[in-house]
Design a protein around this ligand. Structure first.
Ligand SMILES: Cc1cc2nc3c(=O)[nH]c(=O)nc-3n(C[C@H](O)[C@H](O)[C@H](O)COP(=O)(O)OP(=O)(O)OC[C@H]3O[C@@H](n4cnc5c(N)ncnc54)[C@H](O)[C@@H]3O)c2cc1C
Length: 428
């Protein structure tokens, strides 16, 4: 089959590579590949320590994808001939005050037997740079990490010229069926199936239903540890500091990723207060952070969904959406790639998995927008056939012809607009 993928973030790229392996003719379009949330991500594969209350449908997806990671990495590294920064090190969650200790204990109970409680002094034996203020901890052996930038670089290399630096403006239809995409340049590209995987911007593509996505901003820093202090850390540290969450992810190259804020408003760039809070809280648990050099500050919006689980499914014949990965997109990549490719091929998906990611699980999806910069007539919403039964839902609601709020149809500004990457020193 000929498949057009809109979006070269970690999700679109991994899905495209999986489809390529299955013998399909794949082209990926993105004006700025791997520049969205995937560029910012810390790469924690936190299937246990990210377990939180009221997200029950998400947890099996996280565990499922984590189990696929070793094979995903082995295959990617073999095919691309390069390492992708997969570190099979532990995660240590620590607490500072009494309320943090209580929250940590409650979370550990929810996270199950693989979250083992240890004392503050045991935590400092494991990580001697931790501050005396650390008074309780939970050790998780199975929450590892990967470098998302190395993953996207390897995926981009594998796809080569099949990644085109062009924006998809519209999903085209012919006789009521998806027939390809129109690019911002006006070029039309025929495809049997379109995979809309443009992260937060997915609904900004004309012809894609308006999905319940919202930006969940994250500020994140990259620090270089001075040679005299290395290794500052040997495993990922997550902390609760007076109720605020912070994490530190040590990379093999001597840098540490410090993240991340979670905010639904504020500036579309690095927020001063966010950086201040991250540094202050990190310093409370790891005083040596004072000596590190800030090499990068970055902010990106996560493609947030109402329940933090993805929106992955066939929304009409020939159109698969794969977005809404929120704060778990790197962890969920192996699952997203395989399920996404299965959907393209019409292979039935496990019903429980399908229900958890069904794009229609919140109700009918408002009809898609018409192309704001249409170089050719667009298909009015009322002319679009209702979707055929999706592989992901027994009884999908029809697309409605409700007017689409303009704010939801415009291209989101953040991902492609102002340069949000502030690199303070080159040469890393
Ligand atoms: C600060 C931060 C830290 C994070 N840490 C983690 C972590 O530790 N572990 C984890 O699992 N997840 C983490 N995440 C979440 C993770 O980064 C996202 O879930 C994931 O990157 C989403 O990938 P994506 O491919 O769907 O979207 P994106 O990476 O945003 O990619 C979307 C792509 O679509 C392109 N695009 C936009 N419009 C169009 C168009 N019209 N046509 C073609 N292309 C288009 C964009 O240029 C972009 O390249 C973090 C996120 C943030 C912000």
């Amino acid at each position: 089959m000929r498949i057009a993928v809109a979006g070269a973030g970690i999700i679109g790229l991994a899905t495209a590579v999986e489809l390529d392996r299955r013998g399909h003719e794949v082209v990926v379009f993105d004006p700025a590949p791997a520049s969205g949330a995937s560029l910012a991500a810390a790469g924690m594969l936190a299937a246990v320590t990210e377990i939180a209350w009221a997200q029950d449908a998400l947890h099996p997806l996280m565990a499922d994808s984590a189990a696929r990671y070793p094979d995903f990495v082995a295959r990617l590294e073999a095919d691309a001939g390069r390492a992708v920064g997969h570190r099979v090190t532990e995660t240590l969650s620590v607490a500072v005050d009494a309320a943090d200790r209580e929250t940590l204990a409650q979370l550990a109970a929810l996270q199950g037997p693989s979250a083992g409680r240890v004392t503050g002094s045991r935590a400092r034996e494991l990580e001697p740079a931790l501050a005396p203020a650390v008074s309780a901890a939970v050790l998780v052996a199975d929450d590892h990490q990967i470098d998302p930038r190395q993953v996207t670089a390897a995926l981009l290399e594998l796809l080569g010229e099949r990644v085109r630096r062009e924006r998809v403006a519209e999903v085209l239809r012919d006789a009521g069926r998806v027939s390809g995409v129109r690019l911002a340049s006006g070029e039309r590209v025929a495809a049997d199936v379109v995979v809309a995987a443009a992260g937060l911007a997915t609904s900004g593509i004309a012809g894609v239903p308006v999905l319940p996505l919202r930006p969940v901003w994250g500020d994140i820093l990259r620090l270089r540890v001075p040679a005299a202090l290395r290794p500052l850390l040997t495993r990922t540290i997550r902390a609760l500091v007076h109720g605020r969450a912070v994490y530190l992810v040590p990379r093999e190259d001597g840098t540490v990723v410090l993240g991340a804020t979670v905010r639904e408003g504020g500036v579309a760039g690095v927020q001063a207060g966010g950086v201040l809070a991250l540094l202050r809280d990190a310093e409370r648990i790891l005083p040596g952070i004072d000596e590190c050099e800030i090499v990068e500050m970055l902010a990106r919006p996560r493609p947030g969904s109402p329940d933090a689980a993805p929106l992955l499914g066939v929304v009409e014949p020939g159109l698969v959406v794969s977005t809404g990965y929120d704060r778990h997109g790197v962890l969920l990549t192996p699952l997203a790639a395989e399920v996404g490719a299965d959907l393209v091929e019409g292979i039935p998906v496990d019903p429980a998995r399908a229900a958890a990611v069904d794009p229609f699980r919140f109700g009918p999806l408002p009809a898609f927008a018409s192309a704001p910069d249409a170089a050719s007539p667009t298909v009015p919403a009322r002319d679009v056939a209702a979707p055929a039964p999706s592989a992901l839902t027994a009884d999908p609601p029809a697309l409605t012809a409700d007017p689409v709020p303009p704010a939801l149809t415009a291209d989101p500004p953040a991902v492609e607009a102002a340069p949000l990457l502030l690199t303070l020193q080159e040469g890393r």
